[in-house]
Design a protein around this ligand. Sequence first.
Ligand code: ADP
Length: 349
Amino acid sequence: MLSQKNFSPQQLSALTAVALSVPIALGIFVFKPVWWIALIALVVIFLGSFALIHYTLKTFIYRKIKLIYKLIYQTKASKREEFYYKNILPQKGIDEVREDVEKWAIQRKEEIEVLQRNETYRKEFLQNLSHELKTPIFAIQGYVDTLLNGALENPEVNKKFLTSTSRNVDRLVNLVDDLDEISRLESGEQLLYQQNFIIQDLLKEVYETLAIKAEEKEINCIIKKGCEQPLTVYADKEKIRQVFINLVDNAIKYGKQNGTVESSFYKIDGMTVLIEISDDGSGIAEDHLHRIFERFYRTDLARSRKVGGSGLGLSICKHIIEAHGQTIHVRSKIDVGTTFGFTLQKRKD
Ligand code: ADP
């Protein structure tokens, strides 16, 4: 029982003082059996040894402990805290100090892990970024060199090469815009301008914006039967427009020729509306699904087909939806199709 107890320095000193004074007082009583002499000896030895042991403990052990605390708490203590540490900390038992140090060690380990993860992320980010920049820049360089080396005078190819150059410049501009957007979203700089609006109306506008792209692949963009009843949500309309543009654009890009892009809208409880965008295209393999929202992540299929954009679109969508305090998810099967779903808060009165 004694070994389990977490003694304070006072208790420890008192116990040791008792252990010393009682046998000595008994010894004195044996040699000189006068009870008051033994009692005085007991009291004097107890008080003397208590003071000495307590002082030694405080000076040699708790000073060291204080040093440990100085090391693990990096912030400098104010006068008030200094008083607190001086008077309260020495009350801590060795076990509590051990717990504090262990807690500190775990905290440090976590901090180091976060730093290591950030470092890996930074390396990957730079690699991906330079890769994404290289492709359009090299293409532009190639076209410009060819034009300067004589193709400019050839009316059959000069327009074609300039059009390709312009397409690659657009790609660079899109990439920079996406990077700008993502860094603003990540820094939490952007405020949400939330308002009530009918979600189906916004989707119809996006369908119209992307109509030419859909027609090129003869894709039919529709709203699922039974989901036409207008649902009002409370969100940042322009940001949700951006989410729709990314999701519908992907559904068309990775959708099959002559296929369908279908959107559905459901009230899932009194508070939330679920929005889903489905396509019947190439689908995403299961082992890619959990990484699909990462920056620059693209499936091998998207890379080899060269239909993809910057690989930042879904990551931007995730940021926007999470900034609304909502969630986004994906379900997909190769050659069957993909469904992206996200929730929004229903109208606010
Ligand atoms: P990207 O600009 O390359 O389209 P995104 O972040 O929008 O970047 O998408 C990341 C990757 O997710 C895409 O490159 C593609 O591999 C995959 N993906 C996204 N949407 C779909 C979809 N509807 N069907 C199949 N794959 C998709």
